[in-house]
Write a protein that binds this ligand. Structure first.
Ligand SMILES: Cc1cc2nc3c(=O)[nH]c(=O)nc-3n(C[C@H](O)[C@H](O)[C@H](O)COP(=O)(O)OP(=O)(O)OC[C@H]3O[C@@H](n4cnc5c(N)ncnc54)[C@H](O)[C@@H]3O)c2cc1C
Length: 374
């Protein structure tokens, strides 16, 4: 008899098992995939850790969480500095003085601000001319927030690829703010701490699950463990919320992405971990070159090949990986119905991005489990 049967070996399940074990509780983790780790799992190819379920960069302002993960595996100094490619022209992201210099040749914050304000004013004047005071769609919203050049080169077509719809047909509220920095700083995150586990995310998961009984290739719903009370005092469920209740109110929607991964016979394909393709010219949204998450300087050349993944946005269909909760009115209401049922389930904790139907970065998932045990 275990204290906890844990369904899912992602960061929520693994951190839960770790904390429970520290308190001398016995845990059994079941995982339907053939490997542990959920979406942070990395597959080794050509000696490179490939982020199989999408690029994962750990970042946080929470020192407690940072120290917690670093006590399990040290993190490297990777800093996310994505680059945008628009018809072969490169721009630094997030929008900062480097971007403005590449766009207009401006060299001071004052010049950049002037240029942006001019273009924002043009957008507002155009709308006024049409008798409109509030942006009616995402296109107008973007133009009012950053002006024509930044919007058209770096946002418009990228967003259209992500959503599969024209910006002029998307609601304005999708983009509330578009932060701009008037300093030469390409660091994507504002958080104090960021990095990648040295040796990859599997080291973090293995560390968290050390000494914990785990079974892969085991789907909770299609195994004897569905009858979990025979095996454990409590259940920790990190799978999809609607599936637990056999979709009785209907299915929750998800957004998803898929990847095409290639080995390329060159040590350094694009010189950066993340390149966004911001025009329709390429059908994918990003190309990830995995080695740059963990290899720096000359080390890149110690491996003669490289592995890249093209990332494509697509509509979610049954059987695909459910990646991002769609938090619109319909889905939020549906999720609330399920949450009410979940509250009534005795001895079951629903946790993580699937069971809570909520997007979480990695650090907040860990923080949530730590706080639960506190
Ligand atoms: C494309 C993408 C990129 C991301 N990039 C970042 C990033 O850069 N930085 C960041 O901080 N966060 C990022 N995240 C978020 C990060 O992936 C999540 O915070 C983290 O995975 C949440 O862990 P989890 O345990 O809740 O979910 P998961 O990792 O999904 O784990 C849930 C596990 O439950 C298993 N499971 C489900 N149903 C069953 C069942 N019936 N039986 C048995 N097992 C089951 C699943 O197979 C899965 O392994 C990204 C997410 C995505 C989708």
């Amino acid at each position: 008899m275990y204290d906890y049967l844990i369904v899912g070996s992602g960061l929520f399940g693994a951190t839960f098992a770790h904390e429970a074990k520290l308190r001398d509780k016995r845990c059994f983790v079941i995982e339907k995939r053939p490997h542990l780790g959920g979406n942070v799992y990395c597959e080794k190819m050509e000696g490179i850790n490939v982020h199989k379920y999408g690029a994962h960069i750990f970042h946080t302002n929470n020192k407690e969480v940072w120290d917690y993960v670093n006590a399990i595996v040290p993190f490297n100094r990777y800093t996310n500095c994505p680059v945008a490619n628009y018809h072969g022209k490169l721009f630094n992201l997030p929008f900062n003085m480097n971007t403005f210099y590449q766009m207009w040749g401006v060299t001071t914050p004052e010049q950049a601000i002037k240029k942006i304000e001019e273009q924002k004013a043009e957008a507002v004047a155009k709308m006024k001319g049409e008798g409109v005071s509030e942006p009616r769609n995402l296109e107008e919203q973007g133009l009012c927030l950053v002006g024509k050049d930044i919007f058209e080169n770096l946002i418009k077509e990228y967003t259209e690829k992500q959503w599969g719809r024209k910006c002029s047909e998307l609601p304005a509220f999708i983009i509330k703010r578009l932060p701009m920095r008037f300093v030469f700083d390409n660091n994507y995150f504002n958080d104090q701490y960021q990095g990648i586990p040295v040796g990859g995310y599997n080291k973090l998961i293995d560390g968290l699950l050390e000494g914990v009984d785990c079974k892969t290739d085991t789907d909770f719903f299609h195994s004897k463990f569905r009858d979990w009370r025979k095996y454990a005092k409590s259940l920790v469920y990190t799978g999809p919320l609607d599936e637990y209740f056999n979709f009785k109110f209907g299915r929750l929607d998800w957004r998803t992405v898929y990847f095409k991964t290639f080995v390329v016979n060159t040590p350094n394909y694009q010189g950066n971990a993340v390149i966004n393709y911001t025009s329709h010219e390429k059908p994918y949204t990003r190309v990830i070159e995995h080695k740059h998450f963990e290899m720096f300087g000359q080390t890149v050349y110690n491996y003669p090949k490289t592995v890249i993944s093209e990332e494509y946005s697509t509509e979610y269909k049954e059987g695909m990986e459910p990646f991002y909760a769609v938090n619109d009115e319909h889905n939020n209401a549906l999720a609330d119905q399920y949450r009410q049922l979940a509250e009534k389930e005795v001895g079951v904790l629903f946790g993580g991005r699937l069971a809570e139907y909520k997007y979480y970065d990695m650090a907040p998932v860990i923080e949530k489990v730590i706080n639960y045990f506190k």
